[in-house]
Ligand binder design. Structure first.
Ligand code: GLY
Ligand code: MN
Ligand code: MN
Length: 434
């Protein structure tokens, strides 16, 4: 159900932050796949965050100042189109149900926007995000410039609205946290289901079908990103997504998959043996990555900055690489030289929310890592990817492991939202026993 008050509060908060001027926030365009077939429609995350409105061809305009106003432009009711494509609110119903001060037909945008933009001191807009919106908005400004002799002034200050909205989106409200918990629970159940289902000699896409089934049957609207189902050596390709290879007996399977529920992403990676039993070498590396992940999660609290979990994971991984004879020399030397990057070449997480790689700065204005604060949500996802190489013992060749959970920063530490996805060696082997 739409939490109307919360969406209104967000608009109110943004209007206050703007203090003056006008904001123009379009939603995402529909994208044609070929001829008259479209990709599944996905609204723009910031537009949705401020409106709760999911229809394409919509624009939010906020007018700040002594009489702040939020105005929606949306598609007209159109019985003919609704027979083909489904329900549309139309301006009148959208205004009532989504709590705007005004709503207009999207067809009136050019005309009304000119009036709203005239004599405003500032324009808040995400310049550079969309070439067609840049052209359209610049066109409005140029039209207003031609009216200068009639006394019309043009905003002389264009600010990036993303600076304000991204910072708001970084802190999740209890309402958002609840959706993210549900999204995480669905994805966790999907990973557990995939794990139970997997057997040697299946195809990667058969396993993919299992977790997609769980996403949809639990009410998620879509995968939150392109799923990775990578058996054996494929796991050492970080963005592998062909998902069409056979699973060999004795190989590991890495699955990086999350769902989108009411706009919010979950993002889980689990790695497990296709035959249900880790080999000695697989177990050594798996336990190392798990220890790194646990050390990183331990650092997710308000006493630490953004990078502390990455530093903690790296420290554990580097010691492990030395112990397993993957890297030579002392810890400091391996860190300094970057030799560990042969096996761990990505960072340990990212903000998570309406976007899987969610918005929000990672450093503060002085260029330091920002502190973790309550209600931020992030992933913790160390890994180890061992491609065949002369300096690597053969037993480790083609082992690719990542373990990824979604974590909410709380007052006293953190909550692992994806804790229901089976993770320890013992639990994975038990889950796959048959
Ligand atoms: N699935 C995307 C990521 O883990 O960052
Ligand atoms: Mn991730
Ligand atoms: Mn992921």
């Amino acid at each position: 159900m739409l939490n109307l008050k919360e969406f209104q509060q967000r608009r109110g908060q943004l209007l206050q932050k703007m203090s003056a001027g006008i904001a123009i926030i379009p939603t995402a365009p529909e994208v044609i796949r070929n001829r008259d077939s479209h990709y599944p429609y996905r609204f723009d995350s910031s537009f949705y965050y401020l409106t709760g409105f999911k229809e394409p061809e919509s624009v939010l305009v906020l007018v700040a100042g002594s009489e702040p106003k939020s105005i929606l432009f949306c598609r007209d009711k159109d019985i003919e189109r609704e027979i083909w494509d489904g329900f549309r609110y139309g301006a009148e119903a959208a205004k009532e149900q989504f709590g705007f001060d005004e709503a207009h037909s999207i067809n009136a945008l050019d005309e009304v926007a000119l009036k709203l933009l005239a004599n405003q001191p500032k324009l808040h807009f995400s310049l550079g995000e969309s070439a067609s919106w840049d052209t359209r908005v610049t066109g409005w400004l140029n039209t207003l410039r031609t009216q200068a002799r009639s006394g019309v002034s043009v905003p002389d200050d264009i600010c990036d609205i993303r600076k304000l909205v991204d910072e708001m989106r970084l802190y999740k409200s209890p309402f958002e946290q609840e959706i993210m918990r549900s999204s995480a629970n669905i994805a966790a159940a999907a990973h557990n289901r995939a794990m139970q289902f997997t057997k040697p000699h299946m195809m990667e896409y058969e396993v993919e079908a299992e977790f997609l089934h769980e996403f949809y049957r639990k009410g998620a609207q879509a995968p939150a990103y392109t799923s990775i189902v990578a058996g054996g050596a494929n796991a050492c390709t970080l963005h592998y997504n062909a998902n069409n290879a056979k699973l060999n007996d004795g190989d590991l399977l890495l699955i990086d998959a999350g769902c989108e529920l009411d706009g919010y992403a979950s993002d889980i990676t689990r790695t497990f043996p296709t035959n249900g039993k880790f080999s000695a070498a697989q177990k050594d590396v798996y336990k190392l990555v798990l220890a790194a992940q646990m050390a990183a999660i331990e650092k997710v609290n308000t006493n630490n900055h953004w990078n502390a979990p990455h530093d903690a994971a790296l420290e554990v991984l580097i010691q492990g690489f030395i112990d397993l004879k993957l890297c030579k020399g002392g810890k400091d030397a391996v860190l300094e030289s970057g030799a560990y990057r042969q096996f761990y070449m990505h960072r340990t997480g990212h903000w998570l929310g309406l976007d899987v790689h969610d918005v929000g700065e990672y450093k503060n204005k002085s260029g330091e890592w920002r502190m973790l604060e309550p209600n931020m949500t992030l992933t913790v996802e160390p890994g180890c990817y061992i491609r065949p190489a002369d300096n690597v013992p053969k037993a480790f060749w083609n082992i690719g492991i990542r373990i990824e959970d979604d974590v909410l920063v709380t007052q006293n530490g953190c909550e692992v939202l994806t804790k229901n996805a089976v993770k320890t060696v013992a639990d994975i082997e038990a889950q796959m026993k048959r």
